[in-house]
Design a protein around this ligand. Structure first.
Ligand SMILES: C[S@@+](CC[C@H](N)C(=O)[O-])C[C@H]1O[C@@H](n2cnc3c(N)ncnc32)[C@H](O)[C@@H]1O
Length: 353
């Protein structure tokens, strides 16, 4: 027995539990409005914050002490705590590209799924995204939207050949695996001459997309339940997008084939998927978030990709550039290029017929 290794292992295990507890506290901080209340940077005592939000001081004090211990709130004079400018971006500013608290919105539903996974390990069959309930659709939306709102139209689209010009002139656009439609609505606002179609299989995401559309008040967007109303195969779309969803699909090869038949001969398909490598060794060596990613895979991405019989089960780190290049070539695309856009977890590709 290596005593040092024993200690190190116990430490790793309890660090994981510490992270889990901090995650629950981040969920509560977001849900209870603590981060938003502290976003002005003014230090507050627990009593001041509790008063402001009409809450019980003792509970708020323990939450603040946890957040201070975790380094997310800064201690200030006389028992006060404050949210730094940097922590505000990550925890309170829904429109900042670094905003991360959205990913904690559906934490209870994510953890609850663990109860259903032993059966998945036995049967091999996973759960679709609807297993996370309506909160899941909202959580993924809040996680991914900051990038859509701040960078998709101004920073990403101009890097794609001819796309902005085509959108300005007016073209048909499809977003496959569109989730709650935020990316599509952002583009629809910016390019009123184009028409936008979202394809999704999650009922909760489609319901939320309809709400988002109502609030946005744009009239050039339609959402389709891809199970009954799939993307048409008549080469009508000048621009197609797929954000963080191909690796989640049970049959990505089928969807890639459908996109090939749906796109115009001079069209562009913008694919965004998780940065990954062909082997476990490379993923672990190059990605400090690999443990989180493999965990997310079991809970959501791989599970979704195995939610139909014969599913591909690619998983969160399963769609590396080489594999995607091969899949799109097999579907009849001839051009595949990586798009130079900096992102902590995603890679971007331009795929053309
Ligand atoms: C991680 S979410 C990303 C959603 C959205 N693109 C975004 O970035 O917010 C993956 C989505 O892919 C959807 N999906 C999975 N398989 C699909 C399929 N065959 N066709 C359309 N959507 C699918 C899921 O329902 C889920 O909403």
């Amino acid at each position: 027995m290596d005593r040092e290794r024993l200690k190190k292992t116990a430490r790793s295990v309890f660090d994981a539990l510490s992270g889990a507890m901090t995650s629950v506290m981040i969920h509560l901080g977001d849900r209870m409005g603590f981060y938003r209340a502290l976003a002005d940077g003014r230090p507050r005592t627990p009593a001041e914050l509790a008063d402001e939000l009409g809450l019980d001081e003792r509970w708020v004090r323990e939450w603040m002490h946890q957040q201070g211990a975790a380094g997310l709130l800064d201690p200030a004079e006389e028992g006060r705590f404050a949210l730094s400018e940097e922590a505000r971006c990550v925890l309170a500013d829904e429109n900042h590209p670094a905003f991360g608290a959205g990913f904690f919105a559906h934490l209870p539903q994510t953890v609850a799924v663990a109860d259903r996974l032993p059966e998945a390990f036995r049967s091999g069959l996973g759960l679709p995204y609807d297993a996370f309930g309506p909160e899941g659709a909202v959580g993924f939306e809040r996680g991914f939207s900051p990038w859509f709102r701040s960078l998709l139209v101004p920073a990403a689209l101009p890097l794609l050949p001819g796309v902005v010009e085509a959108l300005e002139r007016g073209t048909a656009v499809a977003d496959v695996g569109c989730g709650t439609g935020v990316a599509l609505i952002e583009m629809a606002r910016a390019f009123p001459r184009s028409e936008f179609h979202g394809y999704e299989i999650s009922e909760h995401a489609l319901e939320r997309a309809a709400e988002n559309l109502g609030e946005a008040g744009v009239d050039n967007v339609a959402f389709h339940d891809a199970r009954h109303d799939p993307i048409p195969d008549d080469g009508r779309f000048g621009f197609v997008t797929a954000f963080d969803c191909l690796h989640d699909m049970a049959h990505p090869e089928k969807v890639i084939g459908m996109v090939r038949r749906a796109i115009t001969e001079d069209g562009v398909w913008f694919v965004c998927d998780i940065k990954s490598h062909p082997t476990w060794e490379e993923n672990v060596a190059n990605n400090p978030m690999a443990p989180m990613m493999y965990g997310m895979s079991v809970v959501s991405c791989m599970s979704s990709a195995l939610s139909e019989p014969g599913g591909a089960g690619l998983g969160t780190l399963g769609l590396h550039p080489g594999r995607l290049a091969e899949m799109v070539r097999e579907a009849g695309f001839t051009r595949f290029e990586e798009v130079e856009l900096r992102h902590p977890i995603n890679a971007f590709y331009c795929v053309r017929p």
